[in-house]
Design a protein around this ligand. Structure first.
Ligand SMILES: O=C(O)CCC(=O)C(=O)O
Ligand SMILES: [Fe+2]
Length: 323
């Protein structure tokens, strides 16, 4: 498996926990762009409750679902299959998504009983876990403890684009027609992403040698993967991880639906992404030279240009949404 396991507790992290997580995270993020977290404090029951709530939403009539549709430039809302395209090589990406950017409005609470309560409790747990990781990240780069945390304090409030995305990938009875996939290749746009998945359903990541490898599914684990803002922030010490979700070949796996929840961690919109002078080791230098960020269209407008988190995000949304 292409990953590292990190043990730790999210509540009230003591300095030694932060330091231990930092050392493990540093290695995993710089060499592979991802880490698998265990003992992370997010219960399976809470994840399952949100998967069920989103299933109930997807079962609603089209016209009801459509009243919750995402409308640019706001990222909150329902995104039906085929609307968002990560890869220009794919004709259709088959998934239902609900981007949750607010916890207090425009949620289908009247249509799906308990929707708001289950997403809110889960989002709060993700936020706690993100805070621990933001501290660990700062420690891994020898920065003051709250260096990253300070710019991420306003998640789910005005001026911050952090988002919890619920995903449902329908089953495939037959092999997909060419160009149809579950999720085209891309890297995420923010600082990092926390990803929970319910089963083995085709998640793949690109290694430094440009090969695609399966992530597999370690029940109960949460994957953390680096995003484009973190790559720019750290001068590519932590390169953004390219990933995709393919339709599995084996009929038994392909014919199962897949659920996942991606928690995209973003700093406040006005945060200038000023590259930090990081020490890059010889081993990391090799990894970074091959790195995915450099050969993707996902790079920011100009190398060495200081831009804000919001400018970067709006540019990337324009690339992925037709609307
Ligand atoms: O469903 C997944 O496992 C990945 C989803 C993803 O990469 C995304 O929505 O950015
Ligand atoms: Fe992603």
């Amino acid at each position: 498996m292409m990953s590292s396991h990190i043990s730790g507790t999210a509540d009230a992290p003591c300095k030694s926990t932060v330091r231990r997580v930092a050392a493990q995270l540093n290695r995993a993020m710089s060499e592979k762009g991802l880490a698998l977290l265990v003992n992370h404090g997010i219960s399976d029951d809470k994840l399952r409750a949100v998967y069920d709530a989103f299933d109930n939403f997807c079962d609603l009539p089209e016209d009801v679902k459509n009243t919750f549709r995402r409308t640019s430039p706001c990222n909150h809302g329902y995104v039906p299959p085929g609307t968002e395209r990560f890869s220009s090589e794919c004709v259709e990406e088959m998934r239902h998504a609900f981007n949750i950017c607010w916890l207090d409005r425009n949620l289908p609470d009247a249509e799906v009983q308990g929707f708001q309560a289950v997403v809110t409790t889960l989002a709060q747990d993700f936020q706690k876990l993100a805070a621990l990781l933001l501290r660990a990240l700062a420690s891994s780069l020898d920065l003051q403890a709250e260096y990253f945390l300070d710019s991420h304090r306003n998640m789910f409030q005005e001026g911050n684009e952090s988002c919890m995305r619920l995903l449902y990938y329908p089953p495939f009875g037959a092999p997909p027609t060419p160009g149809v996939t579950r999720c085209g290749e891309h890297s995420d746009y923010g600082t990092f992403t926390l990803l929970a998945q319910d089963c083995e359903g085709g998640l793949e990541v690109q290694t430094s040698s440009h090969r695609w490898g399966r992530v597999g599914h370690l029940p109960g684990s949460i994957l953390v993967n680096t995003g484009e803002l973190l790559a720019s922030w750290t001068n590519n010490k932590y390169p953004a991880l390219r990933h995709r979700v393919v339709v599995p070949e084996q009929p038994k796996i392909r014919s199962k639906a897949r659920h996942s929840i991606a928690f995209f961690v973003h700093p406040g919109n006005d945060t200038p992404i000023t590259p930090i002078q990081c020490q890059v080791t010889e081993a990391e230098h090799c990894t970074t030279n091959n790195c995915i960020v450099k050969n993707s269209k996902s790079n920011h407008p100009k190398q060495n240009t200081i831009y804000t988190a919001y400018q970067h995000l709006q540019m990337r949304f324009r690339e992925t949404y037709a609307s």
